[in-house]
Design a protein around this ligand. Sequence first.
Ligand code: NIG
Ligand code: FE
Length: 393
Amino acid sequence: MSETTALINIGSLVTNDVELGEGALGLIRDAVVVIEDDRIRWAGPSAEFDFADRVVDLGGRAVLPGFVDSHAHPVFAGDRADEFAARMSGQPYSAGGIRSTVARTRAASDEELSTGLDRLVDEFHRSGVTTFEAKSGYGLTVDDEARALRIAGQRTDEVTFLGAHVVPPEFVDDPDGYVSLVTGPMLDACAPHARWIDVFCDRGAFGADQAREILRAGLEVGLQARVHANQLQPGDGIRVAVEVGAASADHCTHTTDEDLSLLAGSDTVATLLPGAEFSTRSPYPDARRMLDAGVTVALATDCNPGSSFTTSMPFCIALAVRDMGMTPDEAVWSATAGGARALRRDDVGRITPGARADLISLDAPSHIHLAYRPGVDLIDRVWRAPRTPRVTT
Ligand code: NIG
Ligand code: FE
């Protein structure tokens, strides 16, 4: 029989299970969690704790599920610090900047891309992210997209084909030709390495009809959909996402009441990415309005070298609370259970029997401190269940 480990003396525990504790976070004060192998075996109040082979005393610290970052672009070469500096002196953000990262990424060796990814994965882990999604989208040729997905698959199961990030320079005069490439040979080469397909449906990227065509082609070969929607201006991205049954519409910075009622009446999560508004000096999405309309909201980093070069979910939580009208409880739910919902996972984002043993303790007595103490590294310990990598060739 395998050994059990009890985390004892937990000041407050976020389970994200309404049956286990108070409120939407299923909060338990003075709690114990028992881990067996890679799974949670038990979670409850100290008074009901029975036995474990070994104990770890957390001294009153808060414990919560590891963060689930459901939107990131961590496979790329180079950075765009100069573009960021130019923006901070007044230049607007545009989708066109993506092309400079495409040039750097195409020129990079596999090893360079893997090393860059590993560095960001280490940052994710240190900041409490235990599940992350990784998109391609900086290769934009058949080989470069497939390569990015293979490299991403070495570090995560949540791999997303984003060949439709922007139209690459060699296709500027033939965008439809590029859509044919994405839905044909590129999809054939990429689908075996991915779980998801994504399209940037916005100004300077792809229109609604192109997005529908690309997402439907992906669905036909067994990928599931997610969409970059309504980031730069109001538009059809959210409508398309809901229409194709996407797991998530991401950004949702510019939304109409109709967009919100479409989302609220669907299984499509609105994934908000406040790091992008922070780093592009744009108005934040109105999370309060979305939550009040009944939309399910996730928070994610959008980690990428252009619009949001952060791996910090605590930073995103703090922004969401301060500038998007979320309560600390809502923001913590969205960064854990919400991210799991956006990835259609029920084994992460919660601390309940049977879930993966992915959890974090804070150098603080409650999860509220994540927003209350912005910019302070509060992550004490991170437990990550080992991953059995999906093997693709
Ligand atoms: O999610 N919006 C599209 N893609 C990224 C930005 C990528 C970049 O600027 O390199 C985003 O913000
Ligand atoms: Fe993105």
